[in-house]
Write a protein that binds this ligand. Sequence first.
Ligand SMILES: [Zn+2]
Length: 205
Amino acid sequence: MIEEYGSTETGSLAGECPHGRMHLWADRALFEVYDPATGRVGAEGEGQLVVTPLFREAMPLLRYNLEDNVRVSYDDCDCGWNLPTVQVLGRAAFGYRVGDATVTQHRLEELVFSLPDSHGVLFWRARAQPSALRIEIEVAEEHRGAAVAELTASVRTAFGVDSEVTGLPPGTLIPHDALTAMPDVVKPRSLFGPDEDWGKALLYY
Ligand SMILES: [Zn+2]
């Protein structure tokens, strides 16, 4: 089903061989597998794929964590390519499947921030479920109905999927004291898969 694997930042990272397995282009990049639970980095096994492209013309990337969950193996494949194989178990940086669509944080964020400024929507989180997208936004009561209706409509237009949008009082997703004291925030993240803890939304890391 997936014939090529990569990202905007890294370009193509893997391709499918005649035997239907994805092989990492280990001649073009160094691949490591990071286990967030133990903090250990290894050459193979299951974890997040970390990439150091070897031939990158613009800004170099060193040990770039794609945050995709993968399983890397150096077992031989009948194709004889002599390249490690990768199974992509979850594509955090690339988006999540909802129905027939792939929903990415970037595109979803564009929709949320395309709501009229007057609605005052700043904070949101979303959970990609197999059949629908569940979204929570912080919005003042007087704009809640309009914001929910507009976002539901724009998600349907953009992705062709149903969404369940909930408007919450400001301060619900992000406590106000956290806004002024959040030293741990490295990378805000708002879109999560069906099995992930979206309690980490915006305070991720
Ligand atoms: Zn192969």
